[in-house]
Ligand binder design. Structure first.
Ligand SMILES: [Zn+2]
Length: 298
């Protein structure tokens, strides 16, 4: 049985190969409960969901990491987010039937954007071409471009679980370079990668972390670190929606109330619904806005 909603980091002893394994079950079901995703949308979203969890453990960051794909194809929007607190959320939007095919056929012309939003300061963005068969192909290219580290990912998803498996070759120390046993070291990476390629989606989805590591690396000593728990949580809140409405300005907010009777904001990630009537709106601006920002009459 796969471990629930945990990310394990590990090192293959006496090599420069590290790895991660993430199994998502309850958090993944929380995503699926909110929309009735067709099978092929579900698979791609699940792969991206697992990839986002792996990336959030690989890239050191505070705040949130967002993996977003936009395109003009049948699946036109996919967003998954992981925070440094171990929470995940995600959604996908599609128009036409999504084929079981490569990224180009699924997303059309588009790109993958990885954004790191720190609690303060400017966000960092990396843009990745949507090339290859699967999400992992695009992400592997991202590592090639940005980190120059050999990184491989294996991702699998069904209606119950999604699993991500990552192997990465760590840079060698200056000392190691001098000793120039590079050839031997690199063999470790190639060997680990070849073993990684033997794991099936079936195995990724049905075996526990320890079973997968034993199945692949039983000839090596593996140092397995304490797992990180992960869970579904949406970061929307009434405070955030308040701020959004305040940013519209009082006149605009009043206009919407006149036209529609209320202001309704739905969170696309968790389906939470936020409703404001005219009294809520007046209160919002009376108590929270400095007088020079609105036309409130006193
Ligand atoms: Zn929400």
């Amino acid at each position: 049985m796969p471990d629930n909603d945990q990310l394990h980091r590990f090192i293959i002893e006496n090599t420069r190969v590290r790895g991660e394994l993430v199994h998502l079950s309850a958090s993944w079901k929380a995503v699926l409960e909110r929309y009735d995703y067709p099978k092929n949308v579900q698979r791609v979203l699940g792969e991206a969901f697992a990839a986002c969890a792996l990336l959030s453990a690989t890239i050191k960051f505070e705040g949130s990491l967002i993996l977003q794909i936009r395109g003009d194809g049948p699946l036109h929007l996919l967003v998954v987010q992981a925070t440094s607190e171990g929470t995940l959320r995600g959604l996908a939007r599609w128009g036409a039937d999504v084929p079981e095919s490569n990224l180009q056929d699924i997303f059309g012309n588009g790109s993958m954007v990885i954004t790191i939003e720190p609690p303060k300061g400017e966000p960092y963005q990396g843009i990745i071409a949507l090339e290859g068969e699967h999400i992992q192909d695009a992400i592997e290219n991202y590592f090639k471009q940005s980190e120059q580290l050999n990184t491989r990912l294996w991702l699998a998803a069904n209606e119950n679980n999604c699993t991500g498996f990552l192997l990465q070759e760590l840079p060698e120390s200056a000392e190691e370079t001098q000793q120039s046993n590079l050839g031997e070291d690199h063999n470790d990476w190639q060997h680990a990668e070849a073993l990684g390629n033997t794991i099936s989606n079936e195995e990724l989805l049905s075996l526990s972390t320890k079973e997968i590591l034993h199945r692949l690396f039983h000839e090596n000593d593996i140092r397995l670190f304490e797992p990180t728990p992960l869970s579904f949580r949406c970061s929307c809140s009434s405070e955030r929606i308040d701020k959004m409405i305040i940013s519209l300005g009082l006149n605009e907010a009043r206009d919407i109330i006149i036209e529609q009777g209320k202001i309704q904001v739905d969170c696309e990630f968790c389906n939470a619904q936020y409703n404001y009537d005219s009294i809520d709106v007046e209160n919002l601006f009376t108590f929270t806005t400095p007088p020079d920002n609105s036309n409130t009459q006193h």
